[in-house]
Design a protein around this ligand. Sequence first.
Ligand code: ZN
Ligand code: ZN
Length: 266
Amino acid sequence: MQMLFDHHTHSHHSFDGSEPIEALAEAAVSRGLHALAVTDHCDLGLQCVPDWEERLSGSMEEISKNRAAFQGKLTLLAGIELGQPLHDLQHAADVLGRFSYDLVIGSLHNLRETEDFYFLQDAGADPRMLLDRYFDELLEMTRWGGFDILAHLTYPYRYLGYTDTPPIACFEEKLREIFTGLAHGGKALELNTSGLVRSPGGRTSPGLWELRLFRECGGEFVTLGSDAHRCAHVGGGIREGLELLRAAGFRYQASFSRRRAAAFPI
Ligand SMILES: [Zn+2]
Ligand SMILES: [Zn+2]
């Protein structure tokens, strides 16, 4: 049987989410998913919200409560999307020391002292320069290594006007360094499927080229995640994502429990 996992979703405990965890779990069951990770945001640095502590405690409590309620029907995993951990390492350590997660997603939504890529799309910034800084920060994050899964690699592409992989030769060396670092650290790369469902002619983040390169660099673990912020998107694109993973030559998808990776045949 093909196991279906969604490792990246947001509940009403995220600033940009709106649904209770019970509803997300019900949606996951109705779509035949076997495991669902709720990974509410904790952005550090510029994007940190003042009530982050209540949000994370609330998310964890609700996950625990529903984990029992859905036992036998769905494996509910406790996760977090830790944004920009390098921008406040002390805060990152506090958060990770305080809560016990099954999985920690590391993500980068904005560069140091710079707004979210989302806001840079019309600002006339030089895309090549921004991407150079983006991959540099990802490499630094990989060397830090306090996460389990590297989220939505190529996140800025959609805001910088790339509809497909940009001139890859510019970034290939940096990507190889990032991927080799992830592989050596036993970290997973996320295949984020949100673009398949929510953008016209959408693509995954990253795409096939990057997935193949990750494998070439010794990468073993890839997790799938819809990045759903509402029930309608839970599990979105996961089946197509598995196809892409197979096309890239992977025979397994990864999952995490208590921050340990496990591989499942695809
Ligand atoms: Zn994100
Ligand atoms: Zn997310």
